[in-house]
Write a protein that binds this ligand. Structure first.
Ligand SMILES: *Cc1c(COP(=O)(O)O)cnc(C)c1O
Length: 407
């Protein structure tokens, strides 16, 4: 008899985006002439930088000629991309990371979801609340949680991000082994200082724990004093794995390219308590289950490290950050408390009411779609997320409508 993975039964169906779609469709039916503006989008809206398109085209041409055709590439990624990443994203910022510690992949979603399989099934996991759902669901699938009740899974230590801790979780009260952190954060848009991140690195060192640091939004950091990489902090190489993506920084959500950093000194422990390097484990998993990102896509990603590409990508990010600044100042002027939008494309707003109630109000009165914070976890209740991924015109019009309906 073929049986199923019973852990999948514990997964909570996410009704967040289908609920949003249903309410938007109903509203549109009743208001056929209203142009709805979606500020709930977690996806970029601007096209790829021209430097990427040019490199992409050229690589496709190479694939069409016998002399330059390429078949399987290295599973870990081509050296031209890994070397550019190591030099520019890390060494240039004083972070000691080498090219052979970089693993190119087709997404940080896959990497943050897959990484858990190289660790024990009996470890204690700490996960932020509110959270990017991938971290939680992949551990449920792997059987690391108990059942779901009252909005939470048994066996998970929730790291609460609330107004009273400036949306930076406190250290856990009980010992944990694997810690997921994401800064700049999705959904709250909060950022972490060097000092606050050092507390986590020190905790991991003292408690034989390991940090999974999701830095998918590092390109949005404006303040040079804030860490872009966890490896800018002393001691992090032994206790942290970092995830990066070209999705939000270079408009690659539909093109697919990202990378994971596993330093050679990063360690975990076997059941005898002996230290084991994590790099060979991830290398083995990656090369067994993944056959590399396509050559043209890696060439397109490498173009982001040229002078032209860097300028063009910075222009993209600046554009979204201009939107974020507008959203922040308008929402603040209307008397609402918010976080994010200064070093991230997301603005997390205290709606002072139920998340869905506020969602309905924005939709009904302004024709604007947001994301209800309660969809990201218990601590998201009462909040909504606005996204800066949109055109300036749409953002300006949405804000004007919000101003007229809320003030
Ligand atoms: C968008 C996003 C990513 C990037 O995912 P990709 O699979 O690389 O597109 C990773 N983490 C978070 C929190 C995100 O919001």
């Amino acid at each position: 008899m073929i049986t199923i993975n019973e852990h999948y039964k514990k997964l909570q169906a996410s009704y967040l985006f289908s609920d949003i779609a249903r309410r938007v469709a109903t509203y549109q039916q009743n208001h056929p002439d209203q142009r709805i503006i979606k500020l709930g989008i977690g996806d970029v809206t601007k096209p790829l930088p021209p430097a990427c398109i040019q490199a992409f085209h050229q690589a496709v041409e190479e694939m069409g000629k016998e002399e330059t055709f390429r078949g399987y590439g290295p599973e870990q990624g081509y050296p031209f991309l890994r070397e550019a990443i190591a030099a520019q994203d890390f060494q240039a910022r004083g972070a000691d990371i080498a090219a052979d510690e970089i693993f190119i992949s087709d997404g940080a979603k896959c990497d943050t979801g897959n990484i858990q399989e190289i660790f024990g099934t009996d470890i204690v996991i700490a996960i932020p609340d509110p959270v990017y759902p991938v971290y939680l669901d992949t551990n449920v699938m792997a059987g690391r949680t108990g059942v779901y009740r009252d909005g939470r899974y048994d066996g998970i230590v929730y790291l609460e991000s609330r107004k009273d801790n400036q949306f930076i979780p406190d250290l856990p009260q009980t010992p944990v082994d694997l810690i997921y952190l994401c800064f700049p954060n999705n959904p709250t848009g909060s950022t972490i200082s060097r000092e606050a991140l050092q507390v986590w690195v020190d905790y991991a060192r003292q408690n034989k724990a390991l940090i999974l640091f999701d830095a998918a939004y590092e390109a949005f950091i404006r303040d040079p004093a804030l860490p872009k990489s966890i490896y800018e902090l002393p001691g992090a190489r032994e206790v942290a794995i970092e995830f990066r993506s070209f999705s939000k920084s270079g408009g690659f959500t539909g093109t697919r390219c990202a990378y994971t950093v596993v330093p050679k000194d990063c360690r975990a422990f076997d059941h005898q308590g002996n230290e084991q390097p994590v790099h060979p484990l991830w290398n083995r998993r990656h090369s067994t289950k993944f056959n590399g990102v396509s050559y043209p896509v890696q060439r397109a990603a490498a173009a982001l490290y040229t002078d032209e590409g860097k300028k063009q990508a910075a222009t993209l990010v600046d554009y979204y950050m201009g939107n974020a600044a507008l959203i922040r100042s308008e929402i603040t002027a209307l008397g609402y408390d918010c976080v994010g939008g200064d070093h991230s494309p997301y603005i997390w707003i205290d709606s002072r009411t139920d998340s869905w109630q506020f969602f309905d109000r924005l939709l009904e009165q302004a024709g604007v779609v947001c994301t209800p914070g309660s969809g990201f976890g218990r601590c998201g209740a009462g909040y909504i997320r606005l996204s800066a991924f949109n055109s300036r015109e749409n953002v300006e019009q949405a804000l004007q409508r919000i101003r007229e309906s809320l003030s």
